[in-house]
Design a protein around this ligand. Sequence first.
Ligand SMILES: [Zn+2]
Length: 626
Amino acid sequence: MSAGPGPSAQAAGWRLRPLGPDRARLADGFLAERQRVNRRHTLPHGFAQLRQSGTLDNLRLAAGADGRYRASADTSGATFPFLDSDVYKWLEAVGWELGRAPDPALAAAADEAIGLVTAAQRPDGYLNSYVQVVTGGTPHTDLAWGHEFYCAGHLIQAGVAWHRALGDDRLLEVAVRAADRIDKEFGPTGREGVDGHPGIEMALVELTRATGDGRYLALAARMLELRGKGLLGEGRFGAAYWQDHLPVREAATVAGHAVRQLYLDCGAVEVAVELGDEGLLAAVARRWRDLVGTRTYLTGGMGSRHRDESFGDPYELPPDRAYAETCAAIAGVMLAWRLLLATGEACYADALERALYNGVLPGVSLTGTRFFYVNPLQRRTDRAFEPPGHGGRAPWYPCACCPPNLMRTLSALEQYLATSDGAGVQLHQHATADLRAPVPGGEARLAVRTGYPWHGRVTVEVVDAPGRPWTLSLRVPGWCRSAMLVGPGEEPPRAAAAGYVELSRPWRAGDTVVLDLELPVRVTEPDPRVDAVRGCVAVERGPLVYCLESADLPPGLALEELRWDPRREPVAVPRPDLGEVVVGVAVPVVREPSRGGGPDGLSAGAVPYFAWANRGAEAMRVWIPR
Ligand SMILES: [Zn+2]
């Protein structure tokens, strides 16, 4: 019983193996606090919203209760058929949390939700409240838009989480019956069909790992091979919208709806690793390189277009009109994690870090109860128009995919920290944590202590280890220009380059390694091909992207009046006024000459982008004109 959010340690083909929820624990510090807020505030809020929005009652109706189905609609009046998935994502989050420590109130809420899910399932295994209550009960009549497999995928992921975290198989049994129903109709000798929204593929692979039944892996592989053959048609946005324009192993670049593409590629990595399919893995890695090189925001946000929630063209990355759905950043983390496990390459851990700190965390307020669906990198002072629900943070959304996706991600944060392989332990994300990892000769226990991301010192103490030699690998992030490392008994410190620095020795209890990452404020220029921000600079420090917010401007000045002052350097400054934000940046600015210029010596406070919009509906910008 040891696995991560997604890939489990049992997969034979992973280059690196996750430690799993029972072997990693955030002990203190920045990420631990985000996880604590998620548990204490976000999860109870989420349950209240699932109740209030009718999403839980919809399952009650599917189970036979009387009442009116409450499917919220988009601006065109089309109702959303996928709301069950919000319950499943919330349940997955609660599973990870209860696995870490009991909580009677959360457990009672989860029992109610699991009871509803169980009661709603038909005797033949079919389970989808929208189809059962609204569209007459015939399954799979609209694979393109119906999201039935998508919902089943989230159900499976929740079931696997409860199985792994708690050994509680109530949801897994529901998930198995649902998957069996799908396999019966769409398995090797059955109907050919893929879902308009990928996601079930990675879940099916996990279901094989959890149950040992290879049918689900085979079904996932079949669905991947069937995509790109035109089964879904053109729809409203063209076949690329749901990645049905080219076979998965042939498409050279990402295309269409960002979350769909990223979930699809997560499934492709899972299948590739299980089947030893190097070609399939290479196809995903090639798409990823193109995505990170040409269509990813500085924040790790992905998918710039509002119209169809899609990736734009290469370098089409407008800051103000960025879509950058929170779910896409989460999916980016999920895919980077899988590629890291499959290859062991540091670039994926770098990308995961950027997306986590700057793409995922901005999606939830510091209080844990207000969310962003879209994540622009600029918001103007005078806003004539903002899409409904896309202006300030909202307590919930009619299409509520993002909030519970955040919940399950934050509840599993510790599972992204470290891995093991046959040679030793790899530390990928720096956070104060207690880890247990299999190493040659037994198990090692490590205590990682750090003030990251505000401070760059990472101390790793070996609490316990078998006597045999093994290798401890620590990641030096790609953004880091200067890092020093001291191992046990080593003097003086030695320089460590970006990538993984490795120490091999017979480790003993008390051995300590200190990694010092320099965290200067960095001034980042955009790729010149990103026309929308040409002539601007951004401020970064460590893994964090910063932004200017109107609350921190010199009195009497609007955000749009400011320019970067290249004659002076930005400096890190403490921000005791912002609670969880420890380090801000004082950005040297001048007033636009066209607005009268002067006075000299102005500076504007920049805050980490993840912390913006926690002080009212402020104007904000990441990219600052020079
Ligand atoms: Zn979303």
